[in-house]
Design a binder for this molecule. Structure first.
Ligand code: COA
Length: 162
């Protein structure tokens, strides 16, 4: 049976921290879906479709990765797609409490025996968040090496547009 896993998030934009988790986790499953969550409460720099397009571009070297988007509950998306695992990256201890709560709530909502699987973020990326990347870039600071090069150029043109 095909072992499918899901990595969901806002990805506004995807960072090298996310990419590191994707590259490592994709090796553990037959197919690996990265999905952008439509969150009406989070105003983004990039539209959902732009994020999907950017993620497709920066993950095209990983053969078993596909990119999607969904709105509503993560558990509903999981239940209708039969994922064996939901992968999450843990950066710092403060991530843990929130992640534990979400994992335990999701465990109640999953129909099957989907597990939430945690990977420790590479220490090189443990301080990165998408908001910090956007803040630094908006003041003209360098985010080179923290996001893929393609993302650097997309942020630059987006900020020029604004
Ligand atoms: N490297 C770099 N940054 C990382 C990271 C990593 N490995 N892991 C997380 N982050 C950052 C993200 O960049 C993001 O930064 P930001 O807040 O500055 O944008 C932040 O951590 C939060 O991560 P993200 O995964 O985007 O979203 P979240 O933690 O807010 O939500 C969802 C996780 C999307 C899976 C959750 O909100 C969800 O399931 N939503 C659907 C609705 C639902 O089912 N709700 C009930 C859940 S029990």
């Amino acid at each position: 049976m095909e072992r499918k896993a899901l990595y969901a998030g806002s990805f506004d934009p995807i960072t090298n921290g996310h990419l590191n988790i994707i590259e490592r986790a994709a090796k553990m499953y037959d197919s690996f879906t990265v999905a952008v969550v439509v969150n009406p409460n989070k105003k983004g720099l990039f539209t959902i479709d732009e994020r999907v397009e950017i993620i497709r571009r920066v993950t095209e070297h990983i053969p078993n990765v596909s990119v999607d988007k969904f709105d509503g509950l993560l558990a509903d998306y999981v239940n209708s797609n039969g994922f064996a695992a939901v992968v999450r990256g843990l950066r710092v201890t403060t991530d843990f409490e929130n992640e534990l709560q979400m994992a335990q709530m999701n465990a109640r909502l999953f129909n099957g025996d989907t597990e939430t699987v945690f990977l420790m973020t590479d220490p090189e990326y443990s301080f990165i968040s998408s908001s910090l990347i956007k803040e630094v870039a908006s003041y003209g600071g360098s985010v080179d090496g923290l996001v893929p090069e393609y993302v650097v150029s997309r942020i630059r043109s987006k900020l020029e547009e604004e």
